[in-house]
Design a protein around this ligand. Structure first.
Ligand code: FES
Length: 76
């Protein structure tokens, strides 16, 4: 079990990740973890994030990268 608290999730920051879809950071992280989403395509299909103007792409991808790297074996 990975008990390391990753920087992407240790913050109390609950800023908006995707204003177009009214998706906030903590809810997004929770959904990605719960549904084990790994790619931008998967999160788009599951949450509709990044499916309007596209401005949030880099933020969404950065959060995904952090969560994916935190869940890799040997990263605890
Ligand atoms: S801010 Fe995410 S699609 Fe517009």
């Amino acid at each position: 079990m990975n008990t390391t608290v990753h920087p992407a999730t240790q913050t109390t920051d609950d800023s908006s990740v995707c204003p177009c879809r009214y998706i906030r950071k903590q809810a997004f992280i929770e959904t990605v973890r719960r549904q084990k989403l790994k790619t931008i395509e998967e999160v788009r299909a599951a949450t509709f994030i990044n499916t309007s103007c596209g401005c949030c792409y880099e933020t969404v991808q950065a959060i995904l990268n952090e969560l994916n790297s935190a869940s890799e074996p040997g990263k605890d």
